[in-house]
Write a protein that binds this ligand. Structure first.
Ligand code: PMP
Length: 351
């Protein structure tokens, strides 16, 4: 706190990202990165951009990437927005598409950046309780609201909401923007992008940080009706003309073009996830059904914070949230087979 801070800054409650430890040799299963690395074609495209051309500004619209995304999802480039990580895309959506006066609705157990953006942009919100199985009940979202947002699959639970339920939600809320945050959709769900042509109130965001293994590049996107995209462009062009640099545009577009590598790496993560779930259940853990690249698990006889600390002593880092309802759970990223093995060996010793 300093006397130079504005009263606005004094009141902010910032998001705290998962730890990025500086130590080598850790089994890092705490921030849902992909163990398999980006497409070799994406790396090549990025290397080609490291050249004299960096003296020039990038394309402010990222058209090359918008076309790659539009091609992949069979939509028009005018239905696509791109930004510096999906966090930035989400921030612009909060700023530009959620109405004030009525609360924004999101689940009580969800991505903890949502209330932070509400604080940043002065948006009222109401956290809607997930049911006893940590599932979203669409009927709970039929009430006055200034917008609706949830991740699908949800984070940190990994639970998936079916497309027909999302459709019911859209139909029940024709006057609100419904934002489906699909950060983890490629690990087991069907994208709601299939619905954007029919629902002008639907915005879908995605990231290249997880399934395309480019967390370090910072690229995210949104797909929706051109009117929603225009709102995001207006905010972006009032804030930073060039959120994506030349390297990011080239690498992200090449990653979208390389479908084969992408599909193969998702399948490997999914296969490992199912193996880890089975092994954890053998150790007595209860594991929520996951459609993501992480699992959410609790042990009925072991305290989660103590488990996380004991794992850490063995150099395995997982995520624990000190939050009502979920303080006895651990969120564990699915890693490479040898990392998963290290996790399971460590857990065997502990429980
Ligand atoms: N949404 C959800 C649900 C997430 O878990 C994350 C990753 N922390 C993001 C969005 C943001 O991802 P990124 O900014 O790396 O695109």
């Amino acid at each position: 706190m300093s006397k130079f801070w504005s009263s606005f800054v004094k009141e902010l409650v910032p998001y705290v990202p998962g730890e990025q430890p500086k130590l080598a040799n850790l089994v890092k299963l705490n921030t849902n990165e992909n163990p398999y690395g980006p497409s070799p074609k994406a790396i090549k495209a990025m290397q080609a951009e490291v050249s004299d051309s960096l003296r020039l500004y990038p394309d402010p619209n990222g058209d090359r990437l918008k076309h790659a995304v539009a091609d992949y999802y069979n939509v028009q480039p005018g239905q696509v927005f791109v930004g510096n990580g999906s966090d930035e895309v989400l921030a612009h959506a909060f700023h530009g598409l959620f109405q004030h006066g009525k609360p924004l609705l999101f689940p009580d157990v969800t991505y903890s950046f949502y209330p932070v953006y509400c604080g940043l942009y002065g948006i009222d919100f109401k956290a809607v309780a997930l049911d006893g199985q940590f599932q979203i009940d669409v009927d709970d979202y039929v009430r006055p609201n200034g917008g609706i947002i949830f991740p699908n699959p949800n984070a940190p639970t990994g639970c998936l909401l079916a497309l027909d339920a999302i459709e019911r939600l859209l139909q029940a809320n024709p006057d609100s923007v419904v934002l489906v945050d699909e950060a983890y959709i490629d690990f087991g769900g069907t994208s709601a992008i299939a619905l954007v042509d029919r629902y002008p109130n639907l915005l879908v965001t995605q990231t290249l940080s997880k399934s395309r293994s480019l967390a370090g590049l910072r690229v995210g996107l949104a797909v929706g009706h051109p009117d929603l995209i225009e709102a995001l462009e207006r905010i972006k062009n009032s804030f930073n003309s060039y959120p994506l640099d030349r390297i990011a545009i080239a690498g992200a577009a090449a990653a979208f073009d390389d479908r084969e590598y992408f599909e193969h790496s998702c399948q490997r993560v999914i296969a490992s996830r199912e193996a880890v779930i089975a092994a954890m259940q053998d150790l007595g853990f209860e594991v929520l059904p996951s459609a993501a690249n992480f699992i959410f698990a609790r042990h009925p006889q072991r305290d989660a914070a103590q488990l996380a600390a004991a794992l850490r002593e063995q150099s395995v880092i997982v995520r624990h949230f000190k939050q009502p309802r979920i303080e006895q759970f651990l969120r564990i990223t699915i890693g490479a087979p040898e990392q998963n093995q290290a996790l399971l060996e460590a857990l065997k010793g502990i429980v």
